[in-house]
Design a protein around this ligand. Structure first.
Ligand code: FAD
Length: 395
C-alpha cells in the first residue's frame, strides 16, 4: 500500500509540505490537519494595520489543497504517540502515519513576562498570530484619539520574524501620520540592536520625523511587568509608561503540540537534523518552520516554506529507499516602511551534517544609500513575493 503522511498545521510550513508531497508522490495518501478554514497570514498583517491591505487579502482557504488531492481535516491534533506513529484529533479521530510533519508555529510563554497572560492578551493584544488579535489591535488604533501614545514591548531571544516589530512600528506610524498626526509611537526593546536597524531608522527619519522613538535595552527599554487594565508597563529600572494603545510581543516557544509529541528540548524549541528536518528526539517525525531550532535561519514564512520542501524531499527519498538529497535554503524578508519604501534582508543556507550554515558572502541587506526609485522597487518586490508564495502554498 502507498504510504500515509500526516501533516499538522496548515500555515506556511505545513501547507507547503502537503502540496509538495503531492507533487513528488502522486499516489501518496496525504492528510493535513488545521483547525482554521481560512488561514490568515502574519506576513502583510502589518500592512492591514497600516491601512494598505484589506482583511480578505491576507486570508487563504484550503480548496486549492483539496483540489490537489489532499485530505484536509479542520480539527486540532491533540496527542501524538511517536512510538505507535499515531495522531489523536480533537474530533476523536485517530490517524496512523508512516511519516509525520509538524509545522505548528509558535506559542507564547505566558509565565515569562509578569502580568501578561492569556486574559491580559484579550485587553492588550500581541497580534503575533494573525486573526482576531490583529483585528483587535486595528480596532484599538482606530479608536485612539489624535495625540495618543502607541507603545510596543518587544521581546529578546528567539522569536517569530525578527524585523516584524519594526515593520509594525512603521505601518502604525503610517496610519497615524495619515489619520492622527499628533500621535507618537514608543518602542520598548529588550535588545540593543535589531534586524535591518540602520535601514529602518533611516526610513523612520525620512518618512515620520520624530514620530517613532526606539528605546534600547541599555537605555531602559526592557519591559518586566505589564498592567493590562491600566495599559501600563514597567521597565527594568522601574520607569512606567502609560499607553493609549499597548501592543506586547511576548516571549515565545514552539507550538504546544510539539511538546506533547516529545520533540522539544529544554529551550522550548525543536532540535532537528539540518539535512532532513527530522526531529533529533523522535524518529519519523519531521518538524519545520518557526517551531524549530534552525539558526542561522530566521523564523520566517519564507524559511518555513523552504524547510518544508527540504523535509518533503527527504521523506520522499527515504520512502523510495534512497538517501536524502543535499539540502540548501534561501530566505528573503521584505519589510515595508512606507507605501513606496521597501527594504530587505536575504540569506542563503545549507545543511552541514546535522547543522545549518549560512553560505559565506551570500545574501545581505538593501544598500543604505539607495534612491527613492530603488526603495519603491523593493516595495513592489515585497508585494510580488507575497503573491507568489501564497499561490505556491495555498494556490
Ligand atoms: P504558521 O504559519 O503560524 O502555521 C502554524 C499553523 O499550525 C497554524 O495555522 C495553526 O493553526 C496550526 N496548528 C498549531 N497547532 C496545531 C495543532 N495542534 N493541530 C493542528 N494545527 C495546529 N515571514 C516572512 O517570510 N515574511 C514576512 O513579511 C513576515 N512578516 C511577518 C509579520 C508579522 C507581524 C509576524 C508576526 C510574522 C511575520 N512573518 C513573516 C513570519 C511568519 O508569519 C512565520 O515565520 C510563519 O508563519 C511560520 O510558519 P509556520 O508554518 O511555522 O507557522
Amino acid at each position: 500500500a502507498s504510504a500515509h503522511v500526516v501533516v499538522v498545521g496548515g500555515g506556511f510550513g505545513g501547507a507547503t509540505a502537503a502540496r509538495y508531497l503531492r507533487r513528488l508522490n502522486p499516489e501518496m495518501k496525504i492528510t493535513l490537519i488545521e483547525p482554521a478554514t481560512s488561514f490568515v497570514t502574519c506576513p502583510f498583517s502589518n500592512l492591514y494595520l497600516g491601512g494598505l491591505r484589506d482583511w480578505a487579502s491576507i486570508g487563504h482557504g484550503f480548496d486549492g489543497l483539496r483540489a490537489a488531492g489532499i485530505n484536509v481535516i479542520h480539527a486540532t491534533a491533540e496527542q501524538i504517540d511517536g512510538a505507535a506513529r499515531r495522531v489523536i484529533l480533537s474530533d476523536g479521530q485517530s490517524l496512523d502515519y508512516d511519516r509525520l510533519i509538524l509545522s505548528p508555529g509558535i506559542d507564547f510563554r505566558w509565565d515569562a513576562l509578569a502580568g501578561y497572560d492569556e486574559a491580559a492578551a484579550e485587553i492588550v493584544p500581541h497580534a503575533w498570530k494573525a486573526g482576531p488579535q490583529t483585528q483587535a489591535l486595528k480596532a484599538q488604533l482606530e479608536a485612539m484619539e489624535d495625540g495618543g501614545l502607541f507603545v510596543m514591548s518587544i521581546t529578546d531571544g528567539a522569536f517569530r520574524c525578527p524585523p516584524g516589530p519594526y515593520e509594525r512600528a512603521s505601518m502604525v506610524a503610517h496610519y497615524l501620520k495619515t489619520h492622527k498626526p499628533r500621535s507618537k509611537v514608543l518602542l520598548l526593546d529588550s535588545k540593543d540592536t535589531f534586524s535591518k536597524q540602520a535601514l529602518f531608522q533611516q526610513g523612520w527619519e525620512a518618512l515620520y520625523g520624530g514620530m517613532i522613538e526606539w528605546v534600547s535595552l541599555t537605555n531602559d527599554g526592557q519591559v518586566l511587568r505589564v498592567d493590562a487594565a491600566a495599559r501600563e508597563v514597567e521597565t527594568t529600572f522601574g520607569t512606567r509608561h502609560r499607553a493609549d494603545v499597548l501592543n506586547v510581543v511576548p516571549p515565545q516557544k514552539a507550538g504546544w503540540i510539539a511538546e506533547r509529541a516529545g520533540v522539544t528540548d529544554q529551550t522550548g524549541w525543536v532540535p532537528v537534523k539540518g539535512n532532513t528536518f527530522e526531529s533529533m528526539l523522535v524518529p519519523d517525525i519531521h518538524v519545520v518552520g518557526d517551531a524549530t531550532i534552525a539558526a542561522p535561519m530566521p523564523k520566517s514564512g519564507f524559511c518555513a516554506n523552504a524547510q518544508a520542501k527540504v523535509a518533503v524531499a527527504a521523506i520522499s527519498a527515504d520512502l523510495a529507499g534512497r538517501a536524502p538529497p543535499p539540502a540548501s535554503f534561501a530566505n528573503t524578508c521584505y519589510s515595508l516602511i512606507g507605501p513606496d519604501w521597501g527594504i530587505s534582508v536575504a540569506g542563503v543556507y545549507a545543511a552541514d551534517g546535522d547543522a545549518i550554515i549560512e553560505i559565506p558572502d551570500s545574501g545581505g541587506v538593501s544598500p543604505i544609500d539607495a534612491d527613492a526609485h530603488f526603495r519603491k522597487a523593493e516595495a513592489e518586490y515585497g508585494a510580488g513575493w507575497y503573491a507568489s508564495i501564497t499561490a505556491d502554498i495555498w494556490g
